[in-house]
Ligand binder design. Structure first.
Ligand code: GDP
Ligand code: MG
Length: 450
């Protein structure tokens, strides 16, 4: 998602960074380009207006001319705006004091309700819960069967029976209590378009089960239609959030960037592919980082947790946050990532990996030049890349079998990442966490391997 927008922003910011000072005209031009970029990403018109107005208020008259890094200041302002429209902070589930916690999924046909009911159950299981699924889509006989198959893969029980959806939902809760399940995810029937009958049915189910969370499942690929659907559902159902699906097929990201502002409810989860593991909590700050091409270090750490030691990853991030992240650390990260197996998917999150590489379906071999370049540096150069002058660059290029341009690119990217990281929200917290762990000694060490 967001590839198109990401490309546009990259162009805008590269031009801004190239300037030592920014005039009012430069800022105006950048704002115009940002506006165009957002419109082309299919972001809701009112949301675009709001974003640009807020950026203007922040940047016009700001002392950009005297700032040392005016370009960075603009990028930071855009980053903050993106985080805001994407929902601010990630949604945290609060479990019901008296289980089960009930989650109701609604949405149009084909949006991905059934698939994501199973994904959600899998996610709850990973959180240490005992979820159960309820198949309340009795519209098509195959719907419950589809849910059972997916639930089987996840290892979660399903309750359903051929009566009516409201009865099934109610009995599902009783069954959960009986067999000691603490989370119930209810899958419901959808229609091709909003219709009164479907709304009425899901409203009745909602009344019967009194869900703690009602999530609307919407298809990111349908853009502003998905946002309109969410508005309509919210009037009937009082949504708590959105599960945004088919994010893998959506290059523009218009729905993601509009739904919170238009509907007033955030994206809770993102579904990024057909497989059950293609599912994640939606983190506005990480997503904004991804859009701005900073890589997504935090998501990377989350995923890496199963393959590498979390503590090592956190240490690296702490170093990043403190500006002590050297090329050696980067190499170590690369090697950890390689251990995790198939790279595509993860690679987009890794800062400093060239865009062409990020977008390609790649294998390890494409990372070789980066490794070669770093290996050809002296330890001093790796720790303090700013000392790498022209002749050192030529030596490194010759040593690694690459070109000076390749070396320059890697170093430029590295510098940008370092600058960015210092401004990235969330990093300071991790940095602190890393320090605390160090203080609490080896006992706090937690090893997790697949
Ligand atoms: N590529 C992709 N396909 C998805 C995603 N989520 C769901 N699908 C597919 O979308 C289709 C409809 O999903 P389904 O769960 O049956 O939708 P429902 O009618 O709302 O229950 C299925 O073929 C799913 O495999 C996703 O995140 N990415
Ligand atoms: Mg379904």
């Amino acid at each position: 998602m967001f590839e198109a927008l990401s490309d546009r922003f990259e162009g805008i910011f590269t031009r801004l960074r190239g300037r030592g000072r920014l005039s009012q005209d430069d800022v105006d031009e950048a704002l115009r380009e940002i506006r165009m970029a957002l419109l082309q990403a299919d972001v809701n018109l009112l949301v675009v207006r709001d974003i640009v107005a807020r950026l203007r208020a922040e940047l016009v008259g700001a002392d950009l001319a005297r700032s040392l890094t005016p370009g960075q200041q603009v990028v930071k302002a855009v980053h903050n705006e993106l985080v805001r429209v994407l929902g601010g902070t990630a949604l945290r589930i609060t479990y019901a004091p008296r289980p089960p916690t009930v989650v109701l999924l609604a949405g149009l046909q084909g949006a991905g309700k059934t698939t994501n009911a199973a994904k959600l159950a899998r996610w709850f299981k990973q959180q240490g819960r005992n979820p159960m699924l309820v198949g309340a889509d009795l519209q098509r006989p195959a719907a419950v069967e589809q849910l059972r198959v997916l639930a089987g893969q996840v290892g979660v029980p399903v309750y359903s029976e051929p009566s009516d959806p409201v009865t099934v939902a109610k009995k599902g809760l009783e069954e959960a209590a009986r067999i000691g399940r603490d989370v119930v995810v209810v899958d419901t029937a959808g229609r091709l378009a909003i219709d009164v009958e479907m709304m009425e049915q899901v409203r009745q189910i909602s009344e019967a089960v009194q869900p703690h969370y009602t999530f609307l499942v919407i298809d990111a690929m349908t853009g502003q239609d998905a946002v309109a659907t969410a508005e309509a559902f919210h009037k009937t159902l009082a949504l708590d959030g959105v599960v945004l699906t088919k994010v893998d097929g959506d290059a523009r990201g218009g729905a993601a960037l509009s739904v919170k502002e238009v509907v007033g409810k955030p994206i809770a989860f993102a579904s990024t592919g057909e497989k059950l593991e293609d599912f994640e909590t939606f983190h506005p700050d990480r997503m904004a980082g991804r859009i701005l091409g900073m890589g997504d270090v935090l998501s990377l750490i989350d995923r890496a947790e199963q393959a590498i030691e979390r503590e090592d990853a956190e240490k690296a991030v702490a170093k990043l946050a403190e500006g002590r992240f050297g090329l050696d650390d980067f190499l170590e990260q690369l090697q950890s990532v390689k251990k995790m197996g198939p790279l595509s998917g993860l690679i987009g999150m890794l800062p400093m990996v060239p865009k062409e590489v990020r977008n390609a379906q790649l294998d390890d071999s494409m990372l070789k030049p980066i490794e070669a370049i770093i290996h050809s540096m002296t330890p001093g150069e790796r720790a303090e890349p700013s000392i790498i002058n022209g002749s050192r660059r030529a030596r490194i290029a010759a040593g690694s079998g690459t070109t000076v341009q390749d070396v320059n690119e890697l170093l430029d990217r590295f510098k940008q990442v370092q600058q960015f990281m210092r401004q990235m929200p969330g990093l300071a917290a991790i940095s602190r966490r890393g320090t605390q762990k160090k203080a609490s000694g080896k006992g706090a060490k937690r090893k997790k391997r697949r």
